[in-house]
Design a protein around this ligand. Structure first.
Ligand SMILES: [Fe+2]
Length: 633
């Protein structure tokens, strides 16, 4: 089914919704009181002000650990642990916690272990905090690092691994002897902060949609799955809605869908991609059970009922088994239900708060198809979704909370950049490339050279500047290829990235050209929005078209990333097409490359033809006929 026809038909099928009273009498989720004036409940008083000039945010959940540093001069560094270790979704445990998880002795530990081994599908790859934090911090901060004693404020999540379970709190105070340690921030508060404080907005509605959070005493040890709040940089935060796990958890519906089609946690994007190949048969049978509430919540089959419906339709697929049409239909159903819930939640966030700006985060915010649908159906004036909206972005949310709500720095009025990793010098770049054994060159006009390589069908790996903080490569850790070649998608999937053949590739397009090629007339800088390709352009860029004619677009301005913008501009000059394939610089199952040495290893082990790191190029092809260089190195 085409993306052109689906939203209108599906949304036309949404029945009028009626909020059944202001209390939650049917037991479907505990809500903050709702009235014509929704701004009733402040979540908590503002924190007592603490003077701090260097702030560390630290987070570890089932999706992996991350570290963020902010200082009063404006420096920001963020990175996920997986980029440093080379193992995806790597988590961080306190030593005691690690021991308890691997050798559970009592009931609580057994329950945590059960979650880790069954909920995540495996015992996670992890590092022990006490042996990791110092070298990891030194790697990330490099030139900035004054050591642990220079940190004034440490902010961590309240209840997730390494920093939760009351194991590491006292140790954090010993580890950072001059720091105040704040651990009182909840999972969804962090999601709210990573969206709002990075947006540059003065005030906004803030929406979070997720699978769950941590058990909260204030909720009778239940967990929150989503929130609507209002944030104002002067007046503070007020909660408008809180939806509870599991009955109002949009993430749970998509998790169940993902597991049923044979993918694991962290592979939700595969389910999203697969959904375009499904039919509406299962969705149509489930649709009557979905009731969308005007407060942004929903009622649906409980998780047992949903699972039973999926089981009746087709047995769950084991990883590696053939994907049948029925599995594609399951993906379609889960995706279409999620889209309806997300569109409804966006509408409610605007209507309940009366705000014209929306900041949106949580794991569900990574669903770029649902985002694209919500943008088109709600037509909001202004929405910000951070490039790392899920749990791996939590360390940034923690640090931003520390900066603007504890230390109370003056908030910036511009969006935070997405390029937050450490820098590498040209010596390290040249050394890493020389180690590949291929001749090293330094082109006079690198952008023209790379554009020519792409236009000639070569696969180009590009490492430039600081790495992106998030799951999408946005030009600094990217593989680039020609979108005009019909066979390029299959070649990249099968021969280069070794992943499923149905998965689409995203285009990075010049911002001022996007409206001519896509049904999109505003920036989409973080690749978090799927939109239709204009019909008349479909045949010109087949390698970035998904089966339904859509694409997950990254728009690019010169200001955002001058290096990447110049390369695409050169490709535009040479071909008339203002976009290239931009896929993350990694192989299947591996995190995105971080260092020049990582990039060189990936280049050697893959079918990537050309590798450009900083100003240097190595190639497996003979590029001499169009590669003018200043010197051999
Ligand atoms: Fe989350």
């Amino acid at each position: 089914m085409s993306l052109w026809s689906r939203p209108l038909r599906d949304l036309a099928a949404v029945p009028p919704v009626v909020l059944r009273g202001r209390s939650n009498s049917n037991g479907l989720g505990e809500l903050v009181r709702y009235s014509a004036s929704p701004l009733l409940n402040r979540v908590r008083p503002r924190f007592p002000r603490i003077h701090a000039e260097r702030i560390l945010g630290l987070a570890s959940t089932g999706h992996g650990a991350s570290l963020t540093y902010l200082d009063a001069s404006g420096a920001v560094r963020s990175s996920q642990l997986e980029r440093w270790t080379g193992t995806k979704h790597m988590m961080l445990f306190a030593q005691d916690e690690d021991n308890a998880l691997r050798h559970p002795r009592h009931r609580v530990e057994k329950s945590i272990n059960f979650i880790l081994t069954h909920g995540y599908g495996r015992f996670p790859d992890s590092r022990v905090f006490e042996r990791t934090i110092d070298p990891w911090r030194e790697w990330l901060l490099g030139e900035l690092d004054g050591g642990p004693s220079a940190i004034d404020l440490v902010v961590t999540s309240n209840g997730h691994f390494a920093t939760g379970w009351a194991r590491l709190g006292p140790q954090l105070r010993r580890w950072f002897p001059n720091a105040t340690v704040v651990r009182a921030i909840e999972h969804h508060e962090i999601h709210q902060r990573q969206a709002f404080w990075a947006s540059g907005f003065d005030e906004a509605a803030v929406l979070t949609l997720d699978t769950t959070g941590e058990p909260l005493p204030r909720k009778g040890w239940r967990q929150i799955a989503g929130t609507i709040s209002v944030a104002d940089r002067d007046a503070g935060w007020r909660t408008v809605r809180e939806w509870l796990f599991p009955e109002m958890s949009s993430g749970t519906i998509f998790d169940a869908t993902t597991h049923h089609v044979g993918f694991r946690q962290g592979e939700e994007g595969k389910t999203m991609g697969l959904s375009a190949l499904g039919t509406a048969e299962l969705f149509e049978s489930l649709r009557p059970a979905l009731l969308l509430h005007p407060d942004g919540g929903f009622s649906f089959l409980d998780s047992d009922g949903f699972q039973a419906a999926l089981d009746r339709y087709t047995p769950a697929r084991a990883p590696g088994e053939e994907i049948t049409q029925q599995h594609m239909d399951v993906a379609y159903a889960g995706q279409a239900i999620l889209e309806l819930i997300v569109v409804n939640a966006w509408r409610a966030a605007f209507e309940l708060t009366g705000r014209s700006r929306l900041a949106y985060a949580g794991g569900v915010a990574l669903n770029s198809v649902a985002n694209g649908m919500a943008w088109r159906e709600v037509r909001p004036p202004s929405v910000y979704i951070p490039p790392n909206p899920g749990d791996p972005g939590h360390s940034l949310g923690c640090a931003l909370f520390g900066a603007y709500e504890v230390a109370r720095w003056e908030p910036p009025s511009e969006e935070l950049t997405e390029y937050l990793g450490p820098m590498y010098d040209e010596g390290a770049m040249a050394e890493a490339l020389a180690a590949t054994g291929h001749p090293l060159s330094r082109p006079r006009d690198l952008s023209q050279t790379l554009a020519t390589c792409v236009a000639n069908g070569h696969i180009v790996g590009r490492l430039h500047g600081r790495a992106e903080f998030g799951p999408r490569a946005l030009g600094n850790r990217s593989i680039l290829a020609d979108p005009r070649r019909p066979g390029m998608k299959d070649y990249l999937n099968v021969r280069v990235k070794h992943r499923e053949a149905f998965r689409p590739f995203a285009p990075a397009v010049l911002e001022d050209q996007v409206g001519e090629w896509f049904d999109l007339d505003e920036p989409s800088p973080y690749m978090l929005r799927v939109v239709p390709i204009r019909r008349e352009k479909l045949d010109l860029i087949p390698a970035v078209a998904h089966v339904d004619g859509s694409a997950r677009v990254q728009t690019l301005s010169e200001r955002q990333n001058p290096d990447f913008w110049r390369t695409i501009s050169a490709f535009h000059d040479q071909t008339g097409v203002p976009l290239v394939i931009n896929t993350s610089f990694n192989l299947a199952g591996k995190p995105i490359v971080e260092t020049p040495a990582d990039a060189a290893d990936c280049f050697v082990a893959s079918e990537i033809d050309v590798l450009a790191v900083g100003p240097f190029v190595v190639s497996k092809k003979d590029l001499a006929w169009y590669l003018e260089t200043d010197s051999g190195a």
